[in-house]
Design a protein around this ligand. Structure first.
Ligand code: ZN
Length: 291
């Protein structure tokens, strides 16, 4: 699941320093975090999709509604009156975001997992099965390109943003909904590695899953990646990474814990939830504007 060589920073083009595990690296200059884990999407299927869907749907649906309402306030609609802006979601999975976005956008999606793409097409959504940007025609343009928990899974982030620039209309936006390396859970998981406990750090990177995280971003690193690819950081907004609704299913799905241990974790999180929600959030949405 890993390659031996030391990777380079996508931005600074300098060798990265070893991070918290053998497969984790950090740039000394810009702080970008990167891994040598290799995605194996469509090759290994270890995820029970039904269980995964149940575990995440409540939180995602709620966060997508918050995100769409925020985008409505932040993004100028340059279309003539009555026309909806065009939106492309890369890695649309079950189509939950597209479904909610359809009210205000001419929304379509791309999904790399062929079986998932077929399922979402069957629900009547405009989804193409393939990889971004290869599946797009060279002259296709959108007003928004959205990555919901996707950008951190795709290799060569700078090149992905270059392709976004090419496929956006003037003044268009890239929406990046992703884990934030400044988040409290991520920082806790890093501290635990110093005690020899790397299970939660591995889970944060989705180690061992078909499509692990290849990057961990934050506002500072994304500002640099944006500037290097002719985007500006327009705005950013935190999203809750944890709610009690659906939490027990998430714990049972992600941890392989016994029933008793799952409920102990649930009650511990419930007790500390107000403190956790007041700390730095683990999910953030960054809005980049095409320059
Ligand atoms: Zn760097």
């Amino acid at each position: 699941m890993q390659t031996p060589e030391t990777p380079q920073c996508d931005l600074c083009k300098t060798p990265l320093r070893q991070g918290h595990t053998a497969w984790h690296f950090i740039c000394r200059q810009c702080g970008l975090e990167k891994t040598t884990l290799i995605p194996q999407i469509n090759e290994i299927q270890t995820i029970n999709e039904t269980q995964r869907a149940q575990a995440l749907q409540n939180l995602r649906t709620h966060n997508f509604a918050t995100l769409l309402s925020w985008l409505g306030q932040q993004c100028a609609n340059q279309r003539p009156a009555g026309q909806r802006p065009t939106l492309l979601e890369v890695g649309c999975a079950h189509g939950w975001f597209l479904q909610q976005a359809q009210a205000n956008y001419a929304a379509q999606g791309i999904e790399a997992d062929h079986a998932m793409a077929q399922q979402t097409q069957a629900k009547g959504m405009a989804v193409r099965s393939g990889l971004f940007p290869h599946i797009l025609k060279a002259d296709e343009r959108f007003d928004l390109i959205v990555f919901n928990d996707v950008l951190e899974h795709i290799p060569h982030v700078s090149s992905v943003l270059q392709h976004c620039h090419q496929h956006l209309n003037p003044g268009g936006y890239v929406v990046i909904n992703a884990p934030d390396s400044e988040g409290i859970f991520y920082r806790l998981s890093k501290w635990l590695t110093y005690l020899g406990l790397d299970a939660s750090f591995k889970r944060m990177w989705q180690w061992g899953l078909p499509s692990p995280h290849l990057y961990y971003f934050n506002t500072a690193t994304l500002k640099k990646i944006a500037a290097a690819n002719h985007f500006s950081m327009h705005s950013a907004m935190p999203l809750p990474s944890i709610t009690l609704d659906g939490l027990i299913e998430r714990i049972q799905y992600t941890g392989n814990h016994s029933k008793i241990k799952s409920w102990i974790i649930f009650y511990l999180i419930k007790t500390f939830l107000p403190w956790l929600q007041a700390a730095k959030p683990d999910i953030r949405v960054w809005l980049l504007k095409k320059e």
